[in-house]
Write a protein that binds this ligand. Structure first.
Ligand code: TK8
Length: 338
């Protein structure tokens, strides 16, 4: 009896140790992870990918190596997504907006003015709604690990200051490859043109397009200020990035390996949001220093644009499904105490 009890206790201790991963060699094989992203190394995106790579290498004691490849050298967001689905590339980070063609629920994050602030964004993205949307990727050959912050988007152009909606008339405005963005800016009167981010700088430089919209951080790190004179503070939408893995490749990993990647994605998310917000807080002054002319919209004009833009809400709702739309509105309502 005594011996049996001791055996059971010992077995319980062993399984506890196994579960904690301590004391036993974890199941980790040498792995090469090609991790692609669109911005350059000196951007908030590049810094966070670097942290992710370091953490994965450390946690795997050098067995799992991350080859971080920025500046869209592996292709645009859309091209990399296809490479992940096919298993030709292991990981990437990019805009959720470019994933809508694969997983329609991602369009939720394209809703103009969905979040009022980053606190709301963090809570919804990291909560049950964000997880639900992220998990939809699995049916399409992708595994989502974490949402990073791209941020609130603002308008720039090389033609004129945009102080009212009518100033957008005829402005050739690059948008992401995403119908909500396309429809939104057409509705505002711009000549909206979808283009991959990787082609954006040269399109602005050659004046193939007049303007674009992205967070301050990107306008700064991608040096758009060299080819864009006017910046309008519009904060028209909060845009997330998402870290994704090829499901084909992920399914062949051990539980230990998967955990290392998931933990590093979360750690880099926390780092990235902090870094992005710190940089964003002083980016406007930096952009001014680089010669950009910056204007805020008057409350009346901001309101007019907002009213126009929220006309796309009905189509977002029908695309993502009424249940998900309502759940999100309810959640935001609760947070706002309305
Ligand atoms: C980078 C893009 C970028 C996005 C865009 O690959 O395309 O404008 O904001 O961050 O995902």
């Amino acid at each position: 009896m005594h011996i049996l009890r001791r055996t059971i206790l010992a077995a319980a201790a062993v399984s506890a140790l196994l579960a904690s991963g301590a004391g036993f060699a974890a199941d980790i094989k040498p792995r090469l992870i090609r991790f692609g992203y669109g911005l350059n190394e000196a951007s908030n995106q590049g810094r966070a990918v670097k942290l992710f790579a370091e953490q994965v290498e450390k946690a795997s004691q050098g067995k799992m190596k991350v080859r971080a490849i920025g500046a869209a050298a592996l292709g645009s967001d859309v091209q990399m997504q296809q490479a992940l689905i096919g298993g030709a590339q292991e990981m990437m980070v990019g805009s959720t907006a470019t994933l809508v063609g694969i997983t329609k629920e991602m369009a939720l994050w394209d809703t103009p003015f969905l979040f009022n602030n980053t606190k709301e964004a963090d809570a919804v993205l990291d909560g049950p709604i964000g997880t639900k949307v992220m998990n939809k990727l699995q049916d399409k050959g992708l595994v989502g690990l974490a949402y990073w912050e791209n941020g609130f988007r603002n308008l720039t152009n090389s033609k004129r200051p945009v102080t009212k909606m009518e100033d957008l008339d005829g402005i050739k405005l690059r948008v992401m490859q995403n119908n909500v963005y396309l429809d939104s800016f057409k509705m505002l009167g711009a000549n909206a043109i979808p283009l991959p981010f990787s082609e954006l700088f040269s399109a602005l430089e050659t004046r193939t397009v007049d303007g674009q919209e992205n967070p301050y951080n990107t306008i700064l790190s991608s040096k758009f200020y060299e080819v864009q004179k006017y910046l309008t503070i519009s904060n028209h939408v909060y845009s997330p990035w998402i870290v994704t893995v090829s499901k084909k490749w992920w399914d062949g990993l051990s539980k230990d390996e998967q955990k290392i990647l998931a933990d590093a994605a979360r750690a880099s998310r926390d780092f990235e949001r902090k870094d992005t917000r710190e940089e964003g807080a002083k980016a406007l002054a930096d952009l001014k220093g680089k010669g950009m002319q910056i204007n805020e919209l008057s409350p009346a004009e901001a309101g007019r644009m907002r009213d126009k833009l929220t006309k796309v809400n009905a189509s977002v709702a029908s695309n993502v499904g009424m249940d998900l739309w309502k759940e999100t509105q309810d959640e935001l309502g609760k947070m706002r105490g309305t």
